[in-house]
Design a protein around this ligand. Sequence first.
Ligand code: UDP
Ligand code: MG
Length: 317
Amino acid sequence: MRCEPTLAFVIPCFNEEAALHMTADVLKKKMIQLENSQAVARDSFVIFVDDGSHDKTWDVITSLHEKDPSLFRGVKLAHNRGHQNALFAGLMHALSMNVDAVVSMDADLQDDPNAVDDMVQEYLRGAEIVYGVRDNRETDTAFKRGTAHAFYSLMKWLGTETVPDHADYRLMSRAALQALSQYKESNLFLRGLVPSLGFKTAKVYYKRGTRVAGESKYPLKKMVSFAIEGVTSFSTKPLTMITGLGLFSVFVGIVMLIYTLVSVFSGHAVAGWGSMMCSLWILGGFILLALGIIGEYIAKIYLEVKARPRYIVETTL
Ligand code: UDP
Ligand code: MG
């Protein structure tokens, strides 16, 4: 058995002023309970990452810190970099401090904090990564359920390891964090990256609730770009598929050529305006599709080569 870890909760926050007080309250109670039951060390704390919010999120974090400086810490990003980058910033900040494990969690209390008890138990038993997995999707709309399911199936088919029904609610040990810190890519998709780290893992099941306050920061547009991120960051299968499509198209072309030659020699060739136009449009479509997908990857290479910083920390508490 390991000894009780110094634990940090890492909470990315974007325009969460409405939810933060309640979240802080619940996390404080949770922390006291965990400390009293000697599941975690007494110097455990909470890191709120303000992801360039436009509302009073940072003021709330500051006042929480002033009231409870050892429990509540803050990291303020200079501008909005998105959930994944904000979370990464918090994780790396935790790593720079004296923590043994972190639990990443949303700011809206949708992830039931009581699951942390089991996560810590799994950690004590030796797991380096513990995934929080939803035991049902009742609180989601049928649309979100359907698209999420389709996405996990697509990722599996593309050969990328993800944990179905797991968002970013997870415990990571210091060792896992250290491994994660070595990934320098700027297109972050932690749900694919973390499972690719390896290590001893475990799952903890929990019921996902609804948001306590405020509204979702993941509108459809962001969800779609997140899914594209997931696919293009981890799989080159679309490129391979285009190659197959191209080969198939050439094959069809050759069959058509043979057919045309046979008709010419047997003397009943028709001036084929229709077939001309069809092949022109279909082939044009294939080429554009291929260029579009190659473009996606080139865009990624471009971004990686520039190696821009993922985020810029403005101040820390
Ligand atoms: N979030 C963030 N930056 C963003 C969007 C979201 O840090 O640009 C945070 C947000 O404050 C929350 C978490 O990411 O803590 C998950 O967002 P949300 O709850 O809105 O997503 P949903 O649960 O609706 O999928
Ligand atoms: Mg949420």
